[in-house]
Design a protein around this ligand. Sequence first.
Ligand SMILES: Cc1ncc(COP(=O)(O)O)c(C=O)c1O
Length: 376
Amino acid sequence: MTDLLPVEPLTRLRERRSAKWRTYGPEVLPLTIAEMDFALPDAVKTVLAEAVERSDTGYAMPTDGLGEALSAFAERRWGLRIDPAAVTAATDVSTGVVEMLRLFTTPGDRVVINTPVYPPFFDWLNEARAELHEVPLKDGWQLDLAALDRAFATGPAAFVLCNPQNPVGRVHTPEELAAVVELATRHGVPVISDEIHAPLVLPGATFTPFLSVPGAAEIGVSVMSGSKAFNLAALKCAMIVTASRRMADVVAKLPPDTRWRTGHFGVLASTAAYTHGDAWLDRLLLTLDDRRSLLTKLIHDRLPSVSWRPPQATYLAWLDCRSSGSGTAPRDLFLGAGVALEPGTRFGEHSGYVRLNFGTSAEVLELAVDRMASAL
Ligand SMILES: Cc1ncc(COP(=O)(O)O)c(C=O)c1O
């Protein structure tokens, strides 16, 4: 137990000024936005504190070690070889995906996504002025390869893959990804693989980077970030990664100014986390595994009408509340009892579902489930 990451008491967490902690009043436990409640890795704290001490708060120099740090991290964690020169910094994953969509599409083109999915996927398409082509995941939240084949045959301009998939926490298998590459190659559909949750693959599952799949480099890019795994969302830094000349040529067309839009603190913190954060990350994964087990037990004991599939990755639980017997939308029901969750409707047509963030302490999780049980 001692190896698990500690979480500060609720009173201290409530001093945080981030969106997760400021959206609701003190009577509500916020298990919404994907931010974690653990303290940062020491290497991140140090690099940020030193920068503040130097008043080093200017623009980012994203070429300075970020690509090397990600490359070494990817090789150690996933056996993936990345050329540091093929890493392009972006403000965040959202901006990276939108900018890539702008390069792959012209207004009115269709883009394929798999639902349920992280809500901004819908917004990103709007921002790029692309049309939505939705291909729902099938039973067990697997990629529906036959439906993807049919969708790709209609000539969409791009496919945005979520690997691992938020909110269901599924890690797509090497076989599924090989099939995606075959389909995308055959139909000429470029793939943007959002891999923000990649370092958060929990014990029992193995992450397959999209670019590790034979043939993927020619038809796709990966967008990565340390922001979920190391809790750095504030700092604004993500990476667009290519592994072929063809895709590097596409990325080279990004507006030159994008390089100035990455956060300096994000580059410093991501570089430090990728370089020195392995031990902390391993503790985090054990801690999240512990919370996943706790939540399994709590749901079994206290919320028997709720069903779910414990995620293979992420700190997000996708809860099916359709059998709870209440006429009220589950999100409203639980909010009334003092627990804020993300409503399933934001992720696609999933009104009976809620998404719960378990990146917190056992105490907060137990209190939240107590309150949810009282609502049911
Ligand atoms: C799948 C996925 N992509 C992107 C993001 C947002 O990333 P960023 O803050 O880097 O834009 C999130 C945030 O939770 C996410 O879950």
